[in-house]
Write a protein that binds this ligand. Structure first.
Ligand code: FES
Length: 129
């Protein structure tokens, strides 16, 4: 059974492939789908359709246990803040084995603040808030 560790939450979840109820966000058994199934918040402004970058995660371990990155995901990731060689879009990478992921800093701030509809803190100029 694949295990996914979400470092920010200090939580590891385990699921049986093919048995996870699909939450209708992102690809089935993607990191986003898994997070939502276990009640862990991962931002997903476009609903898991590879049309934003808010589900951006850094893969700390087990990158080979994720589906290969396709052109759509690679193109979209190019627009992500805090991009690293280990970056993936949570809604697009399907988990096939054990992985450890971290939500990058600008999203992590969002997590530590307990949520809301969107983190626009960095997107809106200070004078316009
Ligand atoms: S939720 Fe928008 S790209 Fe993943």
């Amino acid at each position: 059974m694949p295990k996914v560790t979400f470092v920010n939450y200090g939580k590891t979840v385990e699921f049986e492939s093919g048995q996870l109820p699909y939450s209708e966000h992102g690809k089935p058994e993607s990191l986003l789908d898994i997070a939502l199934n276990f009640g862990l918040h991962l931002e997903h402004a476009c609903g898991g359709n590879c049309a934003c970058t808010t589900c951006h995660v850094h893969v700390k371990d087990g990158a080979a246990n994720l589906s290969p990155i396709d052109d759509d995901e690679a193109d979209r990731l190019d627009m992500a803040a805090d991009l690293t060689l280990n970056s993936r879009l949570g809604c697009q990478c399907v988990v096939t084995g054990d992985v450890t992921v971290e939500i990058p800093s600008w999203n992590r701030n969002y997590v530590s603040e307990g949520g809301g509809s969107m983190n626009l803190g960095d997107a809106i100029p200070a004078g316009k808030r």
